[in-house]
Design a protein around this ligand. Structure first.
Ligand code: ATP
Ligand code: MG
Length: 434
């Protein structure tokens, strides 16, 4: 029988690597808490229409990357329905915002999420079919201040702080404004006209986009198309007074806070819902998949899926890419060996297994990290196993059980001592090698 493997584009995360994942998630949660964000968890699958209406039919995500299936009805009262594994989480958050009428509180909603997303992409380094995102959204009715450029600057400043606290060095913030929907309509017309002449020299996808959704041409990744894209008109020239002023206020606040950025007039991002401020944080160490995170403002998203007016701004960072970046940095900076556990308990004989479990329970409840051998092992094997993972070994034989005085060997110093059971937890918590 052929052996079963994890599906192409998916992978298992194993210890000790998962420790790094947990550290990143814990740091993100701590930073979000300081900025007064609360966690939201939305379902992993949603009605397909949610994504086609928000992310956009012409985007790569919706047109070719979604895992979509027709879900059969289980009862007469149910209808079969087209469902999709979420390719991103903003649409789900905004759906939840509408469904739970969060706008009626009048308060600005500040929500973050951490979870897996799914896209049928070509797997390569930093690009998977199941990948993880850490993201956040700031959304609310206009009266809550959700449209203010201060919100954009605050989110960007928070991201700079988060990347710094994660220890990621050498990131770049790429910043642009794609304007309001009216600006985009104007720009679309300008772009469409410019594309008439050059589109025939571009890839087939761009030839189609030139007609259906010209903005998506700017998001093309085909290397041969890049010189042509560089000559196209930029959206900055199509922004109206309000959009210009909004963007100027964002950059003024970033300058004041000392958050460095790079104005990138060609940055448009691959989802249709973005308006005004758009951004990416990139990192040179990632190679072709150089985006650590992407985001922007989405002032019309709620209305496009049937909700009230609810301007917002958010981002999603690729957790897989944060891990890759930190691993690359740490191997340069010297990787520390994983910390050893406090002790390994070795029962001398199977009749002592139950007593060994009781002892382990006591010590673990006292907060120590303990592993437990088996009375079926020879002492030599126990010593070898323990030496690899623990600072000390606790030997539990008939004598030790009866007298309540345990034999403890410290691997760093090589010394063996007798310790009364009542003092064991305190002794094991001390640094080894003394
Ligand atoms: P890219 O240009 O790298 O394809 P994107 O524009 O599709 O990114 P978004 O949809 O904005 O990215 O997602 C935000 C972040 O999620 C990206 O910056 C990246 O770090 C991460 N990401 C996106 N797709 C994948 C994937 N297939 N595998 C791993 N991480 C991903
Ligand atoms: Mg992509």
């Amino acid at each position: 029988m052929a052996t079963l493997k994890a599906v192409r584009g998916t992978r298992d995360l194993l210890p000790p690597e998962t420790e790094l994942w947990n550290r990143i998630e814990a740091t993100a949660r701590a930073v979000f808490a300081r900025y007064n964000f609360g966690e939201i968890r939305t379902p992993v699958f949603e009605d397909t229409a949610l994504f086609s209406r928000s992310v956009g039919e012409e985007t790569d995500i919706v047109s070719k990357e979604m895992y979509t299936w027709e879900d059969r009805a289980r009862a007469q009262s149910e209808k079969s329905q087209s469902l999709t594994l979420r390719p991103e989480n903003t649409a789900g958050v905004v759906r939840a915002y509408i469904e739970h009428k969060l706008g009626e509180t009048g308060q600005l909603q500040k929500l973050y999420y951490i979870g897996p997303q799914f896209r049928r992409e070509r797997p390569q380094k930093g690009r998977y079919r199941q990948f993880w995102q850490i993201g956040a959204e700031v959304i609310g009715p206009p009266s809550s201040g959700s449209e203010s450029p201060l919100r954009d600057a605050e989110v960007l400043e928070m991201l700079a702080t988060l990347l710094d606290e994660l220890g990621i060095t050498g990131w770049t913030l790429e910043l642009n404004s794609v304007g309001s929907s009216a600006d985009r309509e104007r720009y679309n017309a300008v772009l469409r006209a410019a594309l008439v002449e050059v589109a025939p020299k571009m890839c087939v996808d761009c030839q189609r986009r030139a007609v259906t959704n010209p903005l998506r041409v700017l998001d093309c990744k085909v290397p041969e198309d890049q010189p042509i894209i560089a000559t196209l008109p930029v959206i900055a020239d199509s922004l109206d007074e309000d959009s210009r002023a909004h963007f100027a206020a964002v950059t003024t606040a970033l300058n004041a806070a000392g958050v460095a950025y790079n104005l990138n007039r060609h940055l448009v991002r691959g989802l249709d819902y973005y308006t005004r401020t758009t951004f990416e944080f990139t990192h040179g160490g990632l190679g072709a998949q150089n985006a650590l995170l992407g985001g922007g403002r989405y002032d019309g998203l709620s209305e496009s899926i049937g909700g009230p007016k609810a301007p917002g701004i958010g981002f999603a960072m690729g957790l897989d890419r944060l891990v890759l970046t930190l691993q690359a940095q740490e191997s340069v900076e010297s990787s520390a060996a994983p910390e050893k556990i406090h002790a390994y308990i070795a029962p001398l004989g199977e009749s002592l297994n139950a007593a060994a479990l009781t002892l382990a329970r006591e010590l673990r409840r006292a907060g120590l990290r303990i592993d437990l051998g088996d009375g079926g092992f020879r002492l030599k094997k126990s010593l070898e196993t323990a030496d690899k993972m623990a600072r000390r070994i606790v030997i539990l034989g008939e004598d030790e059980l009866r007298s309540g005085i345990l034999t403890v060997k410290d691997f760093a110093s090589g010394t063996q001592t007798k310790v009364p059971r009542a003092e064991l937890a305190r002794v094991l918590a001390e640094p080894s090698g003394r």
